[in-house]
Design a protein around this ligand. Structure first.
Ligand SMILES: NC(=O)c1ccc[n+]([C@@H]2O[C@H](COP(=O)([O-])OP(=O)(O)OC[C@H]3O[C@@H](n4cnc5c(N)ncnc54)[C@H](OP(=O)(O)O)[C@@H]3O)[C@@H](O)[C@H]2O)c1
Length: 267
């Protein structure tokens, strides 16, 4: 692998924002480890990046929604002798609907992916980066992290975890040469919404209006990461909305959020 620019690991690189992170990092000259479940999509991306930039790509088809997924990934990169200099924790999924009606196994797998695997990867690769005194970690949260989100309750809460965890970890690692940054995208043009269940399709209608492209989200994420930003929100309007909610009593925000999400569900 070409290590002159350091190796970057991107989770959820088979589509959407993660795929754009991979393209941007390849264009900057980084060798890559690409992670997702869809082997054929990762391999197609690896061929594309090799043809475009001569990028050395290692594909890791791993389900991070399963306990042990992060350990499997760590063991794999260790067995290949790959040192990760940049970790992009982008993989995530969302479940929309009445929380009590959701399949508990699916909720568990989402929380494993969004919370546990992300934390474990930060721990494993963060420790290695701290030992070397150099590294960058970007965790992808969501504007859903900034308020309670009825009908997206566990997803929103998982992203609130990512935001708070990332900011705290950034403080712990800042004196060890490791930058941790968290980016919260708002509605973005990816498969994320179309992957939601039948009721979730109503959300798609709402979100289509102001969606940002996956490319711009990834560009903003890398700029903010390398600028050492603690955490940020992608898109001016998204930032304005999320920040202004901090001034409003939480009970009001929760009620407003319920009305919005319920109205959306009945479109
Ligand atoms: N799109 C939005 O509006 C939006 C808004 C706020 C935050 N976000 C966040 O942005 C991140 C990227 O989402 P996206 O919009 O780009 O969605 P996406 O197009 O659906 O991509 C999700 C990626 O995660 C991977 N993934 C899903 N489950 C996985 C698992 N169990 N193990 C390993 N990889 C898995 C998927 O690959 P495989 O299916 O091949 O495994 C895919 O590469 C997520 O964390 C999401 O929560 C998105």
């Amino acid at each position: 692998m070409n290590r002159s620019q350091g190796v970057a690991l991107v989770t959820g690189a088979s589509s959407g924002i993660g795929l754009e992170f991979a393209r941007l990092l390849a264009a900057r000259g980084h060798a890559l480890v690409l992670v997702a479940r869809s082997t054929s999509k990762l391999e197609a991306l690896a061929r594309e990046l090799d043809a475009a930039h001569g990028t050395a790509v290692t594909v890791a088809s791993i389900d991070l929604g399963l306990p042990g997924g992060s350990q499997q990934l760590w063991d794999f990169t260790e067995s290949q002798g790959i040192e990760i200099e940049i970790l992009i924790n982008n993989a995530g999924s969302g479940l929309y609907g009445d929380h009590i009606a959701l399949d508990p196994a699916k909720v568990g797998s989402m929380l494993q992916l969004n919370i546990l695997s992300l934390s474990e990867l930060c721990q494993r690769y963060g420790a290695a980066m701290a030992r070397r005194g150099r590294g960058w970690i970007l965790n992808i949260a969501s504007t859903a992290a900034y308020q309670p989100t009825p009908y997206f309750a566990a997803y929103g809460a998982s992203k609130a975890y990512v935001l708070n965890f990332s900011e705290a970890l950034a403080m712990e690692l800042e004196d060890q040469g490791v930058i941790v940054s968290c980016l919260s995208p708002g509605p973005s043009d990816t498969a994320f919404f179309s992957d939601l269940d039948q009721r979730g399709l109503a959300i798609e209608a709402l979100a289509k209006a102001g969606r940002r492209s996956a490319r711009s989200v990834a560009e903003v994420g890398l700029v903010r990461l390398f600028a050492g930003k603690l955490s940020s929100i992608d898109g001016r309007m998204n930032a304005l909305k999320a920040r202004s909610l901090r001034l409003v009593p939480r009970a009001l925000v929760a009620r407003f959020s319920k009305d919005l999400m319920k109205a959306t569900a009945s479109i």
